[in-house]
Ligand binder design. Sequence first.
Ligand SMILES: [Ca+2]
Ligand SMILES: [Ca+2]
Length: 441
Amino acid sequence: MNKTDSKKTSKKSVSLINTFFDNLRSKFKKYSSNYKSLPIGTKRLLSLGMVLSLVIFLPFLILTIVSTTTSFYNRAATGEPTGEPPATPTPFPSSSPGLTPKPTPVGNSVGWITGNVHLSASNFYLNIDGNNLFIDNNSTLSIHSDPGNSVYTTLETTWEENGVEMRLFMYFSRDPSTNRWRVTEIRTYNGSNPGDWLFYPGFEGTDAGSAYYTGNANYYSNDGRGVVHFENLTLQLYFAGISTPTPTPGITPPPTVRPFEILLKLKGVDGDGANLANATVKFVSSALDYTLGYITPPLPMVYEGNGIYRLPFGVWSENLPAANDYSIIIKGEKHLASKFCLATGQTEHCSGSGQISLPVNPISKVSLDFTKMPLEPGDLYQQDGVANGNDFKKIINLLIKPCSTLTDQDKLVGDLDYNGCVNIRDAFLMRQTLETRYDEY
Ligand SMILES: [Ca+2]
Ligand SMILES: [Ca+2]
């Protein structure tokens, strides 16, 4: 196209635009002159009508938008289906005969600890329609209790199994005249996608605050499709406003779990981005083999607010004897291990034996506050116990990828501040840690 042609084209476009606006102007004039020619009464009525319709319908419109959003969040908070389809619906094995059923698990121990309920078992699984199901991916596990009141509480465990949401809920009631509690009902999801409930009868428990212990227990659903299986099941219940009894001196307490609650912060993470990120906890004491200690499986941390994460868990009391010289080492999924010698308030790294006490009474909750020394990111997946140039390279390799194309594994590797992207801030956090280098294991 030469200069003359382009001039012609632009002149043509200008004249087209002018014609369009001329048409618009003349139409507007026509309508406004029609409006002006109306009697004053009609004009007033029209204006009043417009104002009234705005006043009446605007709040309705706002209310509709707000209530839709609120109900979505409420449903999301209670775990009810939000109407959003799962991102990748996966068929469940029972309807896919091609998949191999899982073997019956052995030693799939669980410690589900909330403010109201401590449940532990040396083995746990669900069997529904002949398929064994159990929690084989701790990163999807969520444990929660309805704090309820002096006569009611719940234990609500949710996890993902073969890409399908699974739930096991237990409902508890306490008889105020005897202080004894019972399980009024157990429910599980049935493994379909979306899940539907199976119902199981409850059973008698014991005094609130005392440990209920049973060897192997099978609970069968009312329709016979499901079995909940526990081995060495221990349950302790704490109801709102009910004080717990102290154990009788000289009497060995029954097998139980020591309940723990650790508060943590992650360097570079201010919000809830790291919710359900994993950390392992290592206990070291003269009461254990000093070099080996006791290490938990990866445990999910729960966001509390103000950049603080809570790690609730239980450990069989026989694995952690009472002593006053424990030190505790926390290692996050992309962090260097940090050693803590004080139960609360530690601000700097420590060495030597610790001063953390685990009490003789194994059912007293051990609360530890490690928030004054945030965990440092740097030993990235797959971890080798050192933060070095190899970890830095992993981030550099991911810097070129736009957020939207990052896989879950990419984020596990390189998203140090848990904001969903791998960018210069993650590289900066990594650079800071490189001065520390080694795990404190
Ligand atoms: Ca490393
Ligand atoms: Ca990031």
